[in-house]
Design a protein around this ligand. Structure first.
Ligand code: LCS
Length: 399
């Protein structure tokens, strides 16, 4: 089979396995070769100069591009339906690179109040040092979102569903608002993966992922990726990434390419498991509020039906016994592992207020809906009955 380019009409399942990759032309290796090299030989000084000048295509130095990394970039660009992508060392390298590349002194950012803690904290602590201001708002509330814009707003950064509140934001409405204000919309699509949501269809300008999560899917790699709606945006960000240096390594890229081959099936199995876990949680007497986009009566049902192909496999919930009960549950589960991160084949459970979102101020966490008793479950691909039994024994022990 030939490589599937980004404009190919193949299904997303096929793109996961083939996009950006063709059998290697030298030996026919079906698995993509790992070009584990820091640098590439030039045939002449003229060729070296031409590559640096950009007048001749070809690789120079792995921080500035590498064939294995490029295969991953082409693959994820095809999955998201973007014009191109840039792989990064971590998800946070993707977030920080996009902020560095697109923001200048005096600019203002509208950012979701509930996003992965460090994505918010770098705006508050680090970009503030360079004169970039930010407002943090509940982006699922469009009226609140609209009030946050200022004449200096240049970038809107959202997660939907958000980490860890799982609040759903209307992508089309935000894109319209951002563009009317002359700002770019950046969507962190980590929680959905391109299997369940493709934000370019709803007006996003840049889509990013922590590939550490669903794309790699095996809890054995950290990485990130930026995908661009058009070539011009990619060209703006690329030199910043290459010079700041938050780029990926070829071996990392190869592992992620390998992980993506099973992305569609992993995402669907985990989602079916999550749906069953959410139902168990919602009906259990030890559990208070359950936040899962797949539960009936969700306030954003119409938005979800438009932009999401499924509710995903992250669930956040409160226990009636608050934080003490949460600690007992986290330590009492036998199959689910007490660890941060998400989107792997293993089920993980964590406590956002003391872990992933601990760097935020307490009052900011509460305003963002990240209560002290909130527990986040990333449901994996284990046997459904085993997961349900584990959750049930853990919850029953709290009664
Ligand atoms: N964006 C989202 C939505 C995330 O959940 C994370 C990490 C990142 C970006 C950053 O990616 P990284 O640099 O870690 O690859 N989220 C984590 C979490 O919820 N638990 O542990 C890490």
């Amino acid at each position: 089979m030939t490589t599937h380019g980004k404009n190919d009409k193949a299904s997303i399942d096929t793109l996961c396995i083939h996009a950006g990759q063709a059998p290697d032309p030298v030996f026919g290796s079906v698995a993509p070769p790992i070009f584990q090299t820091s640098t590439f030989a030039f045939q002449s000084t003229d060729q070296g100069a031409a590559r640096f000048a950009g007048t001749e295509p070809g690789y120079i130095y792995t921080r500035m591009g590498n064939p294995t990394i490029h295969m991953l970039e082409e693959n994820v660009a095809a999955l998201e339906g973007g014009a191109g992508a840039l792989a990064t060392a971590t998800g946070m390298a993707a977030v920080s690179t996009v902020f560095f590349a697109l923001l200048s002194q005096g600019d203002h950012v509208v950012c979701g109040a509930s996003v992965y803690g460090p994505s918010r904290v770098i705006l508050e602590r680090d970009f503030a040092r360079f004169g970039v201001s930010a407002s943090f708002v509940e982006t699922s509330d469009l009226a609140e979102l609209e009030r946050a814009f200022t004449p200096r707003t240049r970038l809107v950064f959202i997660e939907t569903p958000a980490n860890p509140t799982l609040a759903v934001t209307d992508l089309s409405a935000v894109a319209e608002m951002a563009h009317a204000a002359g700002a770019l919309l950046v969507v962190d699509n980590t929680f959905m993966s391109p299997i369940l949501q493709r934000p370019f269809r709803f007006g996003a300008d840049i889509v990013l992922h922590s590939v550490t999560k669903f794309l790699n899917g095996h809890s054995d790699v950290v990485g990130g990726i930026l995908v661009f709606r058009d070539e011009a945006l990619l060209k703006r960000v690329r030199p910043v990434l290459f010079y700041l240096g938050g780029t990926m390594d070829p071996h990392q890229a190869w592992l992620v390419l390998r992980g993506i081959k099973t992305l569609a099936m992993r995402v669907r199995v985990a989602q079916e498991n999550a749906q069953a876990c959410a139902a168990l949680l919602a009906g259990h007497p030890a559990v208070g509020e359950v936040r899962y986009p797949g539960l009936p009566g969700h306030p954003q049902a119409a938005v979800m039906a438009r932009q999401m192909e499924g509710p995903g496999s992250l669930i956040s919930f409160e226990l009636k016994g608050g934080l003490p009960a949460g600690k007992r549950l986290l330590e009492g589960l036998k199959l689910a592992t007490l660890a941060v991160s998400l989107g792997g084949v293993e089920t993980l459970i964590q406590h956002p207020a003391s872990m992933t979102h601990a760097a935020m101020r307490h009052e900011d966490r509460l305003a963002a809906g990240i209560t002290d008793g909130l527990v986040r479950l990333s449901v994996g691909c284990e046997g459904r009955e085993d997961l349900l039994a584990d959750l049930k024994q853990g919850l029953d022990a709290l009664l």
